[in-house]
Design a protein. Structure first.
Length: 67
């Protein structure tokens, strides 16, 4: 198990908070949790979450091709 230095944690947190994939996942989770309470139909929620997952996978592919 690798130990993080104290200075690495804020840098990793900053990278996480600037990540498009992270914020897309947060939005998808919000749709899943709050969608039924807002009266959004299950089919519409599924379509929205599938679209967001596609975006996350596309962004991951884009990031992987840059590396």
């Amino acid at each position: 198990m690798s130990q993080s230095l104290p200075g690495e944690i804020p840098a990793k947190l900053t990278l996480l908070l600037r990540s498009r994939k992270f914020w897309a996942a947060v939005i998808a989770i919000a749709f899943i949790v709050l969608g039924p309470r807002a009266g959004i139909a299950q089919a519409e929620l599924t379509a929205a979450v599938v679209t967001i997952v596609g975006y996350i996978l596309g962004t991951a592919l884009e990031d992987g091709l840059r590396a």
